[in-house]
Design a protein around this ligand. Structure first.
Ligand code: GLY
Length: 281
C-alpha cells in the first residue's frame, strides 16, 4: 500500500473564479500522478520533498514560484520536512531567492542544526549550490501593487506512506502576504508540519492560528496516544474555535487512512492511492 495526499492552500488566493479553481484542481491531479509514480520507487521522505517541489514550481500556489510579497516588497519563504521514521525535522524560515525552499530543508537534515532563518538560511542555500532565483510572478506583483490583501492563507504540503509503511510530511509557503519582514510562518515549525511513525500532518491557513493551536503536533500526538485520527482532528479543530482559528490540515496514519479538515471552507487538496483520485475544494 502506497498513498499520498497533497494540499495547495485555499481558493481565496488569487481569486476564487472558476477558471483558477479548475486550474488548481488540474495541477493537483497532475502533481498527484507524478508524486505517486515517484513513491513507487522512493521513500515517503524523498517523495514528500519531490512532490512539494512540484507544487513550489507551479505559480498557481503560494510557495516557491508564486509566493506572496511581504510589506517591504520582498519575498521570504519557509519550508520544512519531517521524516516520520527517524522523527527528524529540518526547515528554513524567511529564505530568499531560491527556487525550491523544500530542497534546502532537505540538505539541512544531514546537519546538526535543525532550522535556519533569515539571511543565514539564504547563505546556507548558496553555500550548498542553490543559485539565486527570483520566485516573483507578475500576478503577485500586481496583487502587491494594488494592495489586494486577500485572505492570503495558502501554503502547499504533502504527506505520504511508502511501501515499507514509513510516513513523512513536507510543507512550503510564501507566507500570508503583506506581513512585517521577520514574521515567522508556522510551516517550518512543528505546529505546521509534523510526523512520526504513527501519523504525518501538513497544515495550511493563518500561521499565527496554527501555532496557537499547535495543530500538526497535537494531531500526531493524539493519534500516537491512541485516539482515532478523525477524533484527533475534531478535538484539535474544536480548540481553534475560541479565537476563530483559520486552519486546514491533511494527514495520513500508519494504516494508510487519509484525513483532512478545515476550519473555513475551500482548502484545495487531493489524494491518490494508485486507483482513486480524489480532488476536493
Ligand atoms: N501557513 C502559512 C503562513 O501563515 O505563513
Amino acid at each position: 500500500m502506497i498513498k499520498l495526499i497533497i494540499h495547495g492552500g485555499f481558493f481565496s488566493e488569487s481569486g476564487t473564479d472558476s477558471a483558477t479553481k479548475k486550474a488548481k484542481q488540474d495541477a493537483l491531479k497532475r502533481i498527484l500522478e507524478d508524486g505517486y509514480s515517484f513513491l513507487k520507487n522512493n521513500s515517503a521522505f524523498e517523495t514528500v520533498i519531490h512532490t512539494v517541489s512540484l507544487l513550489e514550481d507551479d505559480p498557481l500556489f503560494n510557495a516557491g514560484i508564486g509566493s506572496q510579497i511581504q510589506s517591504d516588497g520582498k519575498i521570504r519563504m519557509s519550508a520544512a520536512v519531517m521524516d516520520g521514521q527517524t522523527e527528524k525535522m529540518s526547515g528554513v524560515i524567511n529564505i530568499q531567492k531560491v527556487k525550491n525552499p523544500i530542497k534546502v530543508a532537505k540538505v539541512l537534515i544531514d546537519f546538526d542544526d535543525r532550522v535556519l532563518g533569515g539571511p543565514a538560511a539564504t547563505d546556507f542555500a548558496r553555500k550548498n549550490g542553490f543559485e539565486e532565483f527570483s520566485t516573483e510572478t507578475e500576478q503577485r506583483r500586481k496583487e502587491y501593487e494594488e494592495k489586494l490583501k486577500s485572505l492570503g492563507t495558502g501554503t502547499v504540503g504533502c504527506v505520504a506512506i511508502d511501501s515499507e509503511g514509513r510516513l513523512a510530511a513536507a510543507t512550503s509557503t510564501g507566507g500570508k502576504g503583506f506581513e512585517i519582514p521577520g514574521r515567522i510562518s508556522d510551516s517550518a515549525t512543528v505546529a505546521g508540519n509534523y510526523a512520526n511513525s504513527n501519523c504525518a500532518v501538513s497544515c495550511t491557513g493563518v500561521g499565527e492560528d496554527i501555532v496557537s493551536g499547535a495543530v500538526a503536533a497535537k494531531i500526531v500526538t493524539r493519534v500516537t496516544d491512541g485516539m482515532p485520527i478523525g477524533k484527533a482532528f475534531e478535538k484539535t479543530f474544536d480548540e481553534l474555535k475560541p479565537y476563530d482559528g483559520f486552519a486546514g490540515a491533511i494527514a495520513i496514519d500508519k494504516s494508510g487512512n487519509f484525513y483532512h479538515q478545515d476550519s473555513h471552507p475551500k482548502m484545495v487538496f487531493g489524494s491518490y492511492d494508485g486507483s482513486d483520485f480524489q480532488i476536493f475544494d
